[in-house]
Write a protein that binds this ligand. Sequence first.
Ligand SMILES: [Zn+2]
Length: 325
Amino acid sequence: MVTAVFEVGAALLGACVGSFLNVVIHRLPQEDPAKRSLGGRSRCPHCGVQIPWHDNLPVLGWILLRGRGRCCGKPIALRYPAVELLTAGLFLLLALLPPFGHPPIFAEPDGGYVFAFDAAAAFAFDAVFVALLVACTFIDLDHFILPDRLTKPGMAIGLCGGLWPGIAGVLGDDPGVALAVRTFLASLAGLLVGGGVTWAIRIAGSWVFRKEAMGFGDVKFMAMIGAFVGWQGALLTLFLGCVAGAVLGAASMLRGGAAKIPFGPYLAIGAVLALFWQRPILDFLFVTWPAWQRDSTSGPWILLAVALVSLVLLLVLVRRSRRLG
Ligand SMILES: [Zn+2]
């Protein structure tokens, strides 16, 4: 019962955070400092009329208005409820899955529930992480930038979050060194590996293609992701981001979609997968898959074919993607 309340609460909190993220996504990249402010009431983007609070309820407001503004009747983009639902879903996953899912936050020593502060603090840090990923994804889709005003504070928060076990993992197992120090080092290692490897890819990419394929924004974005998920998580994020980029990029090209593709959203997809399913994915890649390969004679050929196809897709993707800032 307590855990169900917690899970529903997490989803509702996610919907409200998503509603705020819509404001961040819309206002943060504005040139004009007055329009960039995150304070003040929401206004209709078409006619500028202030939106009453009951029309601004996450998801529900959009449904009750049937997607049209009460002021001028102009359509309200489906993007707004979509961002709110996405954030609600990610917060719900945080509440359901380990390491924050119900047993750690509500430990049950003898039948009763005890609120576990460490797990709750870690949950809060990763809720901030997920929110940063959502905001960066949609700003990158709209403007081809990953703003410093999100990634730099994100790095700092990720490093602070590294003080709680369960966020970026633990570096080393020396009991003589305090756990907080070893978890902080895990976060720092994630920041350096995430940023460093992406920086190396950026240099190699611009050398091979003689144009900028990845921006410095991607480097800072990956450093931020590494601070939250640790160095193994950062490498897994890069790998999964490339897979997602190759698959989704190829799908959008087949449909004749946009020629310019920002890399940030793919990295964010990789980061979400690495955050929630790092253990099972690493088990599959390094235990199940090699075992299957040993037992199957066609294994190496399939692997070679998959590697070749992904390489071709990735080359096409990097050639066609472009970064403005
Ligand atoms: Zn209006």
